[in-house]
Design a protein around this ligand. Structure first.
Ligand code: PLP
Length: 431
């Protein structure tokens, strides 16, 4: 963005952010479906390998289409630098592994997506990186107590999947600041349309773009956005990967050479180079098309979810409803504080009568399809106790934080009257 560019509102950034064509250039983000890029001299290409010139040489590291779409997400979040990854899992892993090595420690909210929990608790542990999980509603003292001298990051989700717990940003951001570590936030559920974590003290944001950003169930993907606001030099001894020479790049010191772009440059040049979780440019092209309608879609997802949650709340066959947009919800106040325009389209609730009734309900839905996905234009439903967690007893489910009658409904973009009619007929079948 040049200095002459006026400030943009989120709807405009969704449509036009990240790519500003010059005269005669393609109006839409061009799809550069090429693995490689040609040079006239070895010297010119060599400068790229030395990180002395910027440019493209191999799509595993960087590709123009991927970068243009990353730039749009960067603008939406108000960040300094961003990169796309092949999945949300890769984004969370790269963001953490970029600054954590064997022997290091992370503090994380326990209310996070199950795949991220497994990544941190099992896979990263096998790499020698340990984690203390804290409930997001813990006291500031309990949060402080989780930190150790070797803690390198604090991780949480803005709206936890599937618990729908809204993060107390102030509590988490102040703990990160007291302990001198970056605060990383998975902002997948609200998207930057409804919450911009950098405005509430986060330093790094990750996304599963597979969810609302793509929103049409076409492309798995992820993104990392750095605010550029964490002072790595002030904690140089903790983050040698950013503040001391990288011998694999002829001694470049990322923070000195790249400033606010240091974190993303290091993740690109080291982690993409070595681990290669690169998105296909074609997927990024789809993602960009879908980002154009993100702000419009989020408004509709939230309005529909609010209507559906209010309908469920009034139905006597429904045992409980959780949606942070409901005034009686335990996270209503935090949602009003941090996400006043809306939260997301996911509602969770219970149906009275045990597993058979719940299954009868979900199987009777005609518009809402049974799927393990969320955040899609099409309404979908998941009954964990009858599907993903079916091997668990009710007691085991409660211990795992999943109510035995929990139904997760991802409210789509259909007409809310049709969705409510569908829920009503399925409730009749189940009663
Ligand atoms: N973060 C959240 C909040 C998610 O819901 C998911 C997936 O459901 C992920 C991360 C992982 O993303 P992906 O499936 O794109 O790897």
């Amino acid at each position: 963005m040049t200095d002459a560019t006026p400030p943009r509102h989120v709807h405009t950034t969704c449509v036009q952010g990240g790519y500003r064509p010059s005269s005669g250039e393609p109006r839409t983000v061009p799809l550069i479906q090429s693995t490689t890029f040609k040079y006239d001299s070895s010297e010119a290409m060599g400068a790229l390998f030395d990180l002395e010139a910027s440019g493209y040489f191999y799509t595993r590291l960087q590709n123009p289409t991927n970068d243009m779409v990353a730039a749009k997400i960067c603008e939406l979040e108000g960040g300094a630098a961003a990169m796309l990854t092949a999945s949300g899992q890769a984004a969370s892993f790269f963001a953490l592994f970029n600054i954590c090595s064997a022997g290091d420690h992370i503090v994380s909210s326990s209310a996070i997506y199950g795949g991220t929990y497994n990544l941190i608790a099992v896979t990263m542990r096998r790499m020698g990186i340990t984690c203390s999980f804290v409930h997001p509603d813990c006291s500031p003292e309990e949060l402080d107590a989780a930190f150790r001298p070797n803690t390198k990051a604090l991780f949480a989700e803005t709206i936890a999947n599937p618990a729908l717990i809204v993060l107390d940003f102030e509590k988490f951001a102040s703990a990160a600041s007291r302990h001198g570590v970056p605060f990383m936030v998975d902002n997948t559920f609200p998207t930057p349309v409804n919450c911009r974590p950098f405005e509430h003290g986060a330093h790094i944001v990750v996304h599963s773009t597979t969810k609302y950003m793509d929103g049409h169930a076409t492309s798995v993907g992820g993104a990392i956005v750095d605010s550029g606001s964490f002072d790595w030099q002030a904690h140089a001894e903790k983050y040698p990967g950013l503040t001391t020479p990288d011998e694999s790049y002829h001694g470049v010191v990322y923070i000195e050479r790249f400033g606010a772009g240091a974190f993303i440059t290091k993740a690109t040049t080291q982690l993409m180079r070595d681990l290669g979780a690169t998105p296909s440019p074609a997927n990024s092209f789809y993602l960009n098309s879908h980002l154009e309608s993100l702000a419009v879609r989020m408004e509709r997802h939230c309005a529909n979810a609010q209507r559906v949650a209010e309908f469920l709340l009034d139905d006597e066959r429904v045992s409980w409803v959780r949606y942070p947009g409901l005034p009686g919800d335990p996270y209503y106040a935090l949602a009003q504080q941090y996400l006043p325009q809306g939260t997301c389209g996911v509602v969770s609730f219970g149906v009275k009568g045990g597993r058979d009734k719940v299954t009868a309900f979900t199987d009777s839905l005609r518009l809402a399809s049974i799927a393990t996905h969320v955040a899609d234009a099409r309404t979908c439903v998941l009954y964990p106790a009858g599907t993903t967690h079916r091997q668990m007893s009710d007691a085991e489910l409660v211990a795992a934080g999943v109510a035995p009658d929990l139904i997760r409904l991802s409210v789509g973009l259909e007409d809310p009257n049709d969705l409510i009619a569908d829920l009503a007929q399925a409730l009749r079948h189940a009663s």
